[in-house]
Write a protein that binds this ligand. Structure first.
Ligand code: NDP
Length: 328
């Protein structure tokens, strides 16, 4: 096929607009591997790109979609051959390079991860950047040395994509998991994927004290702002918190008290430019540790033509867990 269907973001006088378009293969950007996309997904960043609520698009026209899985069609790289199953997350794809809300992509072979053994292409997108980020967060906590015998682990934004996978992975690793959510109606869902306790996100989202009662030894925070400040202020002596998101805000309005009086550590998580060796290790562990029935319970499948609706829904906090978009 010389043309393919995709979502196209253009610059307008007032911002950006997103619509369906037919692209010509000649419009694809530089890369040594062509991939027939089978599945993509919707991450928070895709919601920002489609709605134009943050300047995610860094070239125009842009095909959004920061993740995809698919089959190699053409390759001039010795690393991949036609028929290989691959996945891609991050590296600025769907931001500065044409992305995954399309039937086809041309990318650099250095950005592609061979699909781990035992993982379906749809399952890879059920995980996506969100689940990959959750795994990077859990691995960062483990590398730091905090362990389940030290106390509980809290997950904020627990009913979201990163949060849901973090709950499941922490439970699998033996933690007592405290899930913070603004959606009490999702309590049963959260317990089903591994939460031991549910707390209302209102307990953490307002301005709080410099130090509070120590409630957990570890945390995965997808929310930022006052929530992260309160999570830190309620972390036990020598505990650690992985900061990976900003659903409440980019600010961190707290104090140094947790760091200097309790020796708490804050671990930063970046999935976009994560080095390849760490990337492959995280995907390998996701393939082995993430219970498929739990992954299925947190995943909704949608057809390709619903991708923009799903991107708007994630901005409205209406998406539970993860969404897989079936492209081809
Ligand atoms: P989702 O929208 O799926 O989840 C975010 C969750 O945060 C929501 O489901 C909700 O959880 C909670 N939330 C939303 N708004 C607020 C608010 N105002 N105050 C408190 N809680 C709120 O997004 P993702 O899981 O895909 O991404 C989560 C965050 O992680 C985003 O900020 C995203 O940009 C970031 N991210 C960072 C990455 C990195 O490389 N560091 C990679 C991937 C994502 P609930 O309903 O349970 O309260």
């Amino acid at each position: 096929m010389s043309t393919f269907r995709a979502v196209r973001i253009d610059k307008t006088e007032t911002g950006t607009s997103a619509q369906w378009a037919d692209f010509d293969e000649a419009e694809l950007m530089d890369g040594d591997v062509d991939v027939a996309i089978k599945h993509t997904t919707v991450n928070y960043k895709d919601g920002l790109a489609i709605t134009g609520k943050a300047p995610i698009a860094r070239r125009f026209p842009l095909i959004p979609g920061i993740d995809f899985s698919g089959v190699v069609e053409k390759s001039s790289s010795p690393q991949f051959k036609p028929g290989d199953k691959v996945l891609l997350t991050g590296y600025g794809v769907g931001e500065g390079h044409l992305g995954g809300f399309a039937q086809k992509a041309r990318v650099k072979s250095d950005w592609l991860v061979p699909l781990p053994a035992g993982l379906g292409m749809d399952e890879a997108m059920a995980i996506g950047t969100a689940g990959f980020t959750a795994m990077l967060s859990v691995q960062a906590l483990e590398r730091f040395g905090v362990k389940p015998s030290d106390g509980a682990a809290v997950v904020t934004g627990a009913a979201g994509g990163v949060g849901s996978v973090a709950v499941a992975l922490l439970k699998k690793a033996g933690w007592h998991v405290i899930a913070s959510t603004g959606r009490p109606q999702e309590a049963e869902y959260l317990k089903g994927i591994g939460a031991d306790e549910i707390i209302d996100r209102a307990e953490l989202s307002a301005p709080g004290k410099a130090l509070g009662k120590a409630r957990w030894a570890a945390g995965v925070d997808t929310v930022g702002s006052h929530t992260l400040a309160n999570v830190l202020a309620q972390t036990k002596m020598h505990g650690a918190v992985a900061a990976c998101g900003n659903a409440q805000g980019l600010d961190l309005p707290g104090s140094v008290a947790p760091f200097i009086l309790r020796g708490v550590s804050l671990l930063g998580i970046d999935s976009v430019m994560c080095p390849m060796a760490q990337r492959v290790a995280a995907w390998t562990r996701l393939a082995s540790d993430l219970d498929r029935s739990v992954l299925k319970a947190m995943t909704t499948h949608m057809p390709f033509d619903k991708v923009m609706d799903a991107a708007r829904d994630i901005m409205d906090g209406k998406v539970r867990g993860r969404v897989v978009i079936d492209v081809g």
